[in-house]
Design a protein around this ligand. Structure first.
Ligand code: ADP
Ligand code: MG
Length: 385
């Protein structure tokens, strides 16, 4: 597809690699603009496959499936970063793909990702790369205590070990299977935030309002916008950094960049995801354009528009734990009670089986003021118990 060619609403078929909840919400946004959607995912019960016009149930590297996808679709995107870059490359030979395989590859590998942050002039945690057991002895003292993270395939705190000293580092590296890792200095975090930036094929960028995030056990629990404890200057710095990171790799699509604010107020980039992000779900009910429609627009060449925040908002992640009581018995959360709260919008991903830690849905709560939003969110949290 030529760069100037726009896939108009109602006139094209869009493909998604990955059938999780992010794919599902992308498909729903695309469908409301009249696009047809095809999902590739090996899982017969995938949340996105269930709502797409067509679900190609096959492996991401299945030649016939990739061929079918590129013949059926006018443009293709991905909903998770661990899709094999080779699949994106293969599709891109025949079909417009965004984000590009080169960008997804950077995001798949913490070593390449950190190098890209440095090249973009954005500060990240001091770190070292570990590739073999001997590297444990070469690590500078200043990086301990630290966090050892596998270079690839980590998410929601998985593939990470906190280590206090060199002995623990050696043990953790062995425990993680001696795969390539980065060791990061353990930083004194004041808070965590993230920014969604979208970049078009012709280089236009827009940012969503900065999100302040609270994690529990390595998994996002709550997002609040506007970020209550982040100054306007720091928010501007986070947005500018996210734009530089996207521009520096010629990125096209929605990119989420996660940051830490340290005890002394310094901003440090943590990691990025080449897709819409859990911390951006607030935009579905609190902005005049949400992150999934933005991804559709970037993919199809439609105009991007700076999103406007319409009210303060809190997003509560709904993990599978809520589907079990204190005795471990399965139960149904009190949806009727939650939906009676003013400004509460429920999004469930259609997953049949709840498991502790599994992302089942999210609840957006908005109100006229940040105080009212928080009060409503507390009431929701009590009802969900
Ligand atoms: P994941 O891919 O699992 O999201 P992250 O690198 O974002 O991995 O780490 C998960 C969480 O661990 C972060 O949100 C943060 O709370 C904490 N964390 C990660 N790196 C550091 C660090 N260098 N110093 C302090 N805390 C960290
Ligand atoms: Mg993270």
């Amino acid at each position: 597809m030529a760069a100037e060619h726009v896939l108009l609403p109602g006139q094209a078929t869009l493909g998604v690699l990955g059938g999780g909840q992010l794919g599902r919400m992308f498909v729903q946004a695309a469908q409301s603009l009249g696009y047809r959607c095809v999902v590739l995912d090996p899982d017969a019960d995938s949340p996105a496959g269930a709502v797409a016009h067509q679900h190609v149930c096959a492996d991401y590297l299945d030649d016939a499936a990739l061929q079918q996808l590129s013949q059926t679709c006018d443009a293709i995107t991905t909903e998770f970063e661990n899709v094999p870059a080779k699949a994106l490359q293969q599709l891109a030979a025949h079909t417009w793909v965004a984000p590009a395989a080169s960008c997804v590859s950077i995001c798949q590998d913490r070593v390449a990702e950190k190098a890209h942050f440095v090249a973009s002039g954005v500060a990240c945690a001091p770190y070292a790369v570990l590739r073999q057991p001997n590297d444990v002895q070469q690590v500078p003292d200043a990086l301990l205590p630290g966090i050892l993270k596998t270079a690839r395939m980590g998410y929601d705190g998985k593939g990470q070990r906190r280590v206090r000293d060199r002995a623990e580092l050696a043990a953790a590296f062995a425990e993680l299977g001696q795969v390539d890792c980065v060791l990061e200095q353990l930083l004194p975090l004041q808070l965590e935030l993230s920014v969604l930036v979208a970049r078009s094929r012709n280089g236009q960028t827009v940012c969503f309002p900065v999100q302040q995030n609270l994690h529990r056990d390595g998994i996002l629990a709550v997002t609040e916008v506007p970020a209550p404890q982040v100054s306007a200057a720091l928010q501007a710095q986070a947005r500018e950094s996210a734009v530089a990171i996207a521009q520096g790799m010629g990125y096209v699509g929605v990119l989420c960049v996660e940051f830490f604010v340290l005890g002394d107020g310094a901003l440090v980039v943590n990691e990025m995801a080449p897709r819409p992000h859990n911390s951006g779900h607030y935009s579905m009910d609190a902005c005049d354009i949400d992150q999934f429609e933005m991804q559709v627009r970037a993919l199809t060449g439609l105009p991007l528009r700076e999103p406007r925040l319409q009210s303060p908002v809190l997003m509560l992640n709904l993990l599978g734990d809520l589907w079990f009581d204190a005795q471990g018995q399965e139960r149904t959360p009190d949806w009727a009670g939650v939906l009676a709260l003013p400004g509460a919008q429920l999004h469930l991903y259609g997953k049949a089986q709840a498991r502790p830690g599994r992302k089942m849905g999210h609840l957006n709560i908005s109100a006229a003021s940040a105080e009212a939003t928080r009060a409503s969110a507390q009431a929701a949290a009590r009802l969900l118990g």
